[in-house]
Design a protein around this ligand. Structure first.
Ligand SMILES: [Zn+2]
Length: 308
């Protein structure tokens, strides 16, 4: 049994069929965690869809109405880059509910892991790059509205810049946004995060970790967030079809462990989400996401062992 909860719902599947976004990965990750005995069925919680009042703390009424009624314009669908369907909308509301639940669990358990979410390209008034609803922003606003936290930090390690996150929180001193990404990649326009770590093409494990971890440490020390939202993209992987970095699976595991350890050392809870992953072999994407859960477990156990 895990010392924290995994949040998953079969409805996370975006039902987009053959597409570079492997939306069956959510189910495959959950199945792998069970099959390999990493998690037991009782470790899983099934989220409710987020309420519209939760979504509307981040998104405009017009965008929410368009999504719910299927009235997106052709150019809005093009920007979203996934075909519109009512199932897609359901999946978005569920993913946001899942990240809210993961954050609530993290407050109690130190970690809470959504086996979904991380839709960091979604903006308040439109969707982009497979992301229609910004689940992480929705969860931050919900926890703030509940008075559970005031300050949050987003650590986004997806290979693509977290443009939606940066834009949504651009004028908000209560949310620290950090994005480490390949500079020469989507999205073309990168509104500034609190800290942007722009990487050259083909950066490898060692250099990546040397750039990321000191900045995470500094952010935690200086900003002192009450929660970290981790956007754990699998797409900095060397075999990724949409990424141009050269991290190995081992390097990605060290990335997760490094970030989690820094938060844990300071007693800061971490809510994790998945984000992108487009490896040539979907098994690799699944493995990298599964390793994020193993990293969380490892950090929890190390801490408990050190402080019995
Ligand atoms: Zn990505």
């Amino acid at each position: 049994m895990l010392p924290f909860k995994l949040i998953y719902h079969p409805g996370y599947d975006l039902n987009i069929g053959a597409h570079v976004f492997p939306s069956q990965k959510f189910r495959l990750i959950a199945e792998t965690l069970l099959k390999e005995g990493i998690a037991a069925p009782e470790d899983f919680l099934r989220p409710e869809p987020a309420g519209d009042e939760d979504i509307l703390r981040v998104h405009t009424e017009e965008w929410v109405r368009k999504l719910k009624t299927g009235m997106l314009t052709a150019s809005e669908v093009m920007l979203l880059e996934v075909p519109y369907s009512p199932e897609l909308v359901e999946a978005c509301w569920l993913a946001a509910g899942g990240t809210i639940l993961a954050a609530q669990c993290a407050l109690r358990d130190g970690f809470g892991c959504n086996i979904g979410g991380g839709f960091h390209h979604a903006h308040a008034a439109h969707g982009e790059g497979f992301c229609a609803i910004h689940d992480v922003a929705v969860a931050i606003r919900r926890l703030q509205a509940d008075g559970a936290i005031a300050k949050a930090m987003v650590v986004d390690t997806d290979v693509h810049h977290g443009n939606g996150t940066a834009h949504i929180f651009r004028d908000d001193p209560a949310v620290f946004t950090l994005s480490i990404h390949q500079l020469n990649n989507y999205p073309a326009l990168k509104p500034p995060s609190t800290v942007d770590l722009d990487l050259d093409d083909r950066v490898e494990d060692e250099e990546y970790l040397e750039i990321l971890l000191p900045e995470v440490r500094r952010g935690l020390e200086e900003f002192r967030p009450e929660m970290v939202f981790y956007v754990g993209g699998a797409d900095p992987y060397c075999e990724d079809q949409l990424g141009g970095l050269s991290l190995t699976k081992k390097g990605l595991l060290e990335r997760d462990r490094g970030v989690f350890r820094e938060a844990r050392l300071r007693g800061i809870p971490v809510a994790t989400t998945l984000a992108g992953g487009y490896a040539r072999r979907v098994e690799d994407t699944v493995r990298i996401h599964v390793n994020t859960i193993l990293a969380a477990r490892g950090v929890t156990e190390a801490r408990d062992a050190a402080h019995p």
